[in-house]
Structure formats: C-alpha cells, structure tokens
Design a binder for this molecule. Structure first.
Ligand code: PMT
Length: 427
C-alpha cells in the first residue's frame, strides 16, 4: 500500500486530486513510457494511483519503474502475488473512481469492444462501473482502420470516453495522427473528470425542467391508480444536467429517492398537480425533459371515505388527465422539448407519432417489455429519435449513461439553435 500521498506533499499544499483513486491501465504501446510521467504527475497532484500493466506493456517498461513512481505494487496479471486485494480485478474496479488506459492499443480497444476479458486489465474494465478513459496511441493507418474506428464508436455508445491522439512524428518514423497527447492534456482531462461534473459544463446556466416518477390518481383515501415508475430515469437526467452546469427543477411524483445535489425538487402526487407545476416553470425554462410516467386517466370522482368491500362488481368511471407535454408543445417557443415513450411494439413508429403530435424535438423510446429496460431498474435500452427522423440506438446500458447521451443531444440542439448556455430561450 502507498504511503498517503499527502505525506510527501509540499508543506500545506494539497493537490487538486488529493486522495482521488485512479486506476492507470498501461497496455503494450511504445508510448507506455509516457504513462510513467503521467503517473508521476497524478501522484504530485495527490492522487492514489494503482497501475495495472498488460503482459506486453511489461516488455516495454518495467513494473518496477511504475512501482517506484506510484508507490503501490503494480498489477501485472490475474494471478500474481502479493496482492493488494483478494479478488483483485473486481476490487480494483470498485476501488477506482476512474480507470485511465494510457496508452490504449488497437488490440486492447478491440478486446473491450468485443466483450473479451482475457487478462487483468480487460477483466477489470469489464467489471468497472466508474468512468473509463482511453488514450489511444498507434500508427496512423491502424488508427484510421475502419475496424478500430468502429470499435471506438461502439465503446463511445456504451459511455467509454476517449482522448484523441495527436498528429506528429510516430514511433514508426511516419508522420500522422496516432501520437499520445501531451501528458499535461491527459492530466487536465482526468482532473476535469474527477472534479467538476465529469468535466462537461456544456449546459452551464441552461434552465432545465425534468419530470420523474409516476403520478397517483386517488380512488378513495387509501387507494389510487398508478404505475411502477421508480423515478430513477428522471432523477439521473436531473443529476447529470445539474453536474453539467444547468439550473434544474425536478418535478417528481411519489418516489423514494433522495433529491440529487444542486437540484430544486418539486414534489407532486397527481397528474393535475404535475401539470400545474410544469406550467408554472415552463415560461422560465429552456429545456423540458418529460421522463415521468403520467397516468392518462383518473377516477371521475374520488370517494371521501374508504370504499367498502362487497361482492358486487365495482365500476370506476375514468376521465382523461391533461396531457402535460402536448400542452407544453403548444407553448413551445424556442424551447427544447424532450418526451419519453414507454412502448412495447413498433417503437420508432409509435414514438415518432408522439413526437409530431406533441411538437417535440426529441423522444426517447424504451421497450418496456424488454428485460433490463424501462421501469424500476438501473438500466435501460432505448432509441433517441429526433424531429428529422434520425435515430440513435442506445443498447442496454445504465440509466445514467442514457441520460448522458440524451443530454449530449440536447446540448447539440441548443448550440445548433445558436443559443449559448445561460441565455434564456427566445419566446
Ligand atoms: O422511473 P423509472 O422506473 O426509472 O422508469 C422510467 C420510465 C420507464 C418511466 C421512463 O423511461 C419512461 O418511459 N417514461 C415515459 C413513460 C410514459 O408515460 O410514456 P407515454 O408514452 O405514456 O407518454 C409519452 C410522453 O408524454 C412522456 O414524456 C410523458 O411524460 C408525457 N405525458 C403522457 C401523458 C400525460 N397525460 N402527460 C404527459 O406529459
């Protein structure tokens, strides 16, 4: 175990990464030597760095070098001794707040993209729930190879992050794109990931209203009509938007989730309460994301007393609730409106019809009949459809990642509308 980084710190100076836990994966590219300098800079900023090297990386730089620089024993394989943790690949993945793979070879990227976990580093990446940043470095022809490009795109869809290689003289003597960026640039990226909101502040000052959870439509004082929405999807959209600099109001039906930090929570119960809350926020928002599963109908009358059980059938007459999103669509102005659609068939077709009918910019359609998607869990699989009919397919991933990809698209639309962050939507 490393001595605490602070122990070697200059008097009274704490680095910006003080105590942050970084897994540094080193794969077998010639730029592996630059990872030594990176490790040293991260340590000087106060980070606890645990290095994991592939077999080929060990042929280019000795583990002893990384051991001396990081102050930790270096992980060089699944079964090496002594170990820092007993089930090391899982513990390493849990421990790290960020795994940075520097350099990332075409082979390593290809393996992760194909779900191959045949050594310590690939297995740990597979087990990781933290952010993973790849810094590819290779010959330009390799970097431009369509297979490598496709692997990188595939990993990006799953939320893995990349720092682009630079143009310059390559180890093979050629000139081109493929050189590992300056370690200062990689450090900056790591600092921004681990400090402010994952580094992206592309929604700075944008006013976002998110709705989440179910609504409850009372039948009598102890019974109601509702649905299984847990609020998780809406809460992560709100959290991600706040981390990216937005001012977020979260209008939520009854759920048992703590409010995300920095978000103003407005609690509601019925669809009509949600309608009132959204309408009173609409004038002062730039983006509305309607993740809530709103009850389409409510009982026409609510009994003031508990309805007594009897053997006779009970008929409830239901009346439609206001469609909040459709109303927002009528008052759209230059706001960005995003709907969610819970569908079980003809996903894109049905969602596109809702997008047109409600005057939306984007709709996220999830197949709620699919295992791991839709209500309740931490994962979702969806298609993000825009007004021009373009579809982004998001395979099964975390709700957080879906939120991130959705907000990437929202940020893109805001900048296409020429609206700089923080400037109110023109009405
Ligand atoms: O909360 P979780 O457990 O994480 O689950 C997430 C989710 C499955 C609820 C979410 O991903 C989702 O799909 N939300 C939308 C569900 C839904 O109500 O779909 P819809 O097709 O009925 O409605 C389409 C859109 O119109 C939605 O944006 C909805 O908020 C909106 N609407 C619907 C009815 C109504 N009266 N007013 C509305 O604004």
């Amino acid at each position: 175990m490393a001595a605490p980084a602070a122990g070697r710190r200059r008097r009274g100076v704490l680095g910006v990464l003080q105590g942050r836990r970084i897994g540094l994966g080193v794969s077998g590219g010639i730029a592996a030597y630059k990872a030594v300098e990176l490790c040293s800079r991260l340590r000087r900023l106060g980070a606890d760095v645990q290095v994991a090297m592939t077999r080929n990386a060990c042929r280019l730089v000795t583990p002893l070098t990384f051991r001396a620089i990081s102050g930790n024993p270096v992980i060089t394989g699944m079964f090496r001794e002594p170990r820092r943790w007993s089930v090391e690949h899982v513990e390493f993945a849990r421990w790290a707040e960020l795994i940075a793979v520097v350099p990332a070879t075409a082979n390593l990227i290809g393996k992760v993209a194909s779900g191959i976990a045949d050594d310590f580093l690939t297995t740990a990446i597979m087990a990781a729930k933290c952010r993973v940043l790849f810094a590819p470095s290779m010959n330009e022809a390799m970097y431009e190879n369509p297979i490598v490009r496709a692997n990188i795109s595939r990993l990006k869809v799953h939320g893995y992050e990349f720092i682009e290689p630079e143009e310059g003289r390559l180890a093979c003597g050629e000139f081109g794109r493929g050189r590992l960026p300056d370690t200062g640039e990689i450090v900056q990226r790591i600092v921004s990931i681990l400090t402010v909101g994952g580094g992206r502040r592309d929604l700075e000052g944008v006013r976002v209203v998110v709705t989440a959870g179910p609504t409850r439509e009372p039948i009598d004082p102890v019974r109601f009509l509702s649905n299984p929405s847990s609020g998780k999807m809406g809460f992560v959209v709100a959290e991600e938007a706040a981390e990216r600099g937005a001012h977020v109001v979260l209008v939520s039906g009854p759920v048992s989730l703590p409010p995300p930090p920095g978000v103003r929570l407005v609690g509601v119960t019925t669809a009509r309460e949600m309608y009132d809350a959204v309408m009173s926020e609409l004038d002062s928002c730039d983006v509305l994301v309607k993740t809530a599963a709103v009850s389409d109908y409510r009982p026409e009358s609510v009994s003031g007393r508990k309805i007594k059980k009897s053997d006779a059938p009970l008929t409830l007459r239901l009346v439609p609730n206001p469609d909040i999103l459709r109303e927002a669509g009528k008052r759209k102005g230059s706001r960005i409106l995003v709907g969610f659609a819970a569908e079980t068939e003809n996903l894109v077709e049905n969602a596109s019809a809702k997008l047109r009918e409600k005057n939306l910019d984007l709709i996220v359609v999830n197949d709620v009949s699919r295992e791991g998607a839709g209500f309740g869990g931490d994962t979702n699989a969806a298609k993000i459809v825009d007004a021009a009919g373009a579809v982004i397919e998001v395979p099964l991933t975390t709700k957080r990642m879906l939120a991130r990809l959705l907000l990437d698209k929202v940020a893109e639309l805001l900048s296409a509308k020429g609206r700089s962050a923080g400037r109110p939507a023109g009405r």
